[in-house]
Design a protein around this ligand. Structure first.
Ligand SMILES: Nc1ncnc2c1ncn2[C@@H]1O[C@H](COP(=O)(O)OP(=O)(O)O)[C@@H](O)[C@H]1O
Ligand SMILES: O=C(O)[C@@H](O)C(=O)COP(=O)(O)O
Length: 425
């Protein structure tokens, strides 16, 4: 393995796995596999990039650090010479962590400094200028992310937000120096006396320059965009051949599970429910035991063949009321359980294509599916929309998953994903 990625959630992991697998244009990318947690069984020697998905974004700080260090040791044991810590392109975290503490722990172990911090992902509208993160044409703190159920992002200044999470020094790499090219960017990073350097990037070409400047860097941190230029370093040095991910998925029964309350998901749910059977999950009913996975499965089975959707997605004010009533963690844990039990029951009924919306939700579902199919490695296939590839898992009767980050995907994503994944049988 050449590159090892530690991703703080599951959708984020498939996002960066897709970036590494496709590389830039015809030169292709790296043979990439995504793992649900740290693998315990041996993995194929052909894998050039290994992406470990953790559920560390919203875990307690100590747990996030411990899990990340365990993932790091495994990746180092596989021979990785470059480690990427992948977090969200909207820098999802609280003032207490987990990005700072995890990055510090990885940096200590790898003895790294001048470490790039760059959540930019221009293809989905996330750009950084003067160290401020923008979502489309507004600051992060003015975007829907200010209402995120678990990690409300109320400050767009990444230097300041990271500064709350770490005692290490945080510097800034301004865009004009990146525009001067890879050599200047490399110089800026290596001359910085700070441990962390927040890098500006507003276009893919800035990320490609950063990628070239990071050739040989032991530790890189960022959103999936930071990986854009990394495969090229290994291809150009002859360590990797450059491959293009396979298209398609598998045919079979299909369902959509949405646990994300992000703006894009709510738009996708609204459009989908206009022409497809859709079931709105009543969260208090779930919390008080009146609604369970058997009800969701019954609804899906009744409407099988017509892209049925079950969703808990709600407006920020409703989400807040529910969290105040039952507690943030209790709601998240209960809904994770509901969605993962539903997915496992669907596998028993031979569902083969499952679309999941929401990072936490996807993490819970993908972990349960991977455990049930005893399939720790997910193969990365073609990208449906930026940052969302088709994932294949299971050997005998493979299952295709699309794990959509809450804010990703075009408004017709659900239908598009199912048709790219395969046909109804
Ligand atoms: N109606 C709801 N009320 C309260 N919390 C909810 C509701 N629906 C989903 N949630 C919780 O909100 C969180 C959404 O996070 P996630 O799945 O990561 O979506 P996203 O990718 O949009 O951030 C999950 O923890 C989920 O359990
Ligand atoms: O970087 C991104 O935006 C995504 O890869 C990601 O991590 C999304 O997380 P969720 O919004 O929680 O799905």
């Amino acid at each position: 393995m050449l590159i090892g990625v530690i991703a703080d959630d599951f959708t984020g992991a498939s996002d960066i796995a897709s970036t590494l697998a496709k590389g830039i244009g015809a030169e292709g990318g790296l043979k990439t596999a995504q793992f649900s947690g740290v693998p315990t069984a041996p993995v194929s020697a052909e894998i050039e990039a290994g992406v470990i998905s953790l559920k560390s974004r919203s875990a307690p700080v100590e747990q996030a650090v411990e899990d990340s260090l365990r993932a790091l040791e495994w990746l180092l044991a596989q021979g990785c010479s470059q480690i990427v810590f992948k977090y969200c392109s909207t820098f999802d975290s609280t003032p207490k962590g987990n990005i700072g503490p995890v990055a510090d722990a990885l940096a200590d172990r790898l003895n790294a400094s001048g470490i790039v911090v760059c959540p930019a992902f221009p293809a989905t509208g996330r750009s950084i200028y003067q160290g401020y993160l923008f979502v489309g044409d507004v600051l992060l703190s003015e975007s829907g992310m200010r209402n995120h159920p678990l990690t409300p992002m109320t400050d767009a200044n990444i230097r300041r937000w990271l500064g709350h999470q770490t005692d290490s020094s945080v510097d800034h790499l301004p865009l004009p120096r990146i525009i001067k090219g890879a050599a200047e960017t490399h110089k800026a990073l290596s001359e910085s006396r700070a441990r962390f350097v927040v890098a500006d990037a507003i276009l893919d070409e800035h990320l490609v320059t950063l990628g070239a400047a990071l050739d040989g860097a032991p530790l890189v941190t960022g959103g999936s965009g930071i990986a854009l230029g990394l495969p090229r370093n290994f291809i150009r040095s002859g360590q990797a051949k450059g491959t293009v991910p396979a298209k398609g998925g598998v045919s079979g029964k299909a369902a959509i599970l949405a646990g994300s309350c992000s703006g894009a998901t709510r738009g996708q749910v609204d459009l989908h429910m206009q022409s497809h059977p859709s079931f709105a999950i009543d969260v208090p009913d779930v919390m008080e035991g009146r609604l369970g996975s058997q009800d969701l499965v019954a609804f899906i089975e009744k409407h099988s063949g017509n892209a049925p959707l079950v969703y808990s997605s709600g407006a920020p004010e409703d989400v807040r009321k529910i969290q105040d009533r039952f507690g943030v963690e209790a709601v998240a844990a209960r809904l994770d359980k509901l969605f993962s039990e539903t997915a496992c029951a669907l596998l028993d009924l031979d569902y083969r294509r499952i679309v999941v919306a929401g990072g936490e939700t996807s993490g819970a579902v993908a972990q349960a599916v991977a455990d049930k199919l005893k399939s720790p490695a997910l193969e990365i296939r073609a990208e449906i929309d930026p940052g969302v590839p088709i994932l294949m898992l299971g050997d005998d009767r493979p299952v295709a998953l699309a794990l959509k980050s809450g804010n990703f995907g075009s408004v017709d994503f659900f239908v598009k994903a199912l048709s790219m994944m395969g046909d109804e049988t």
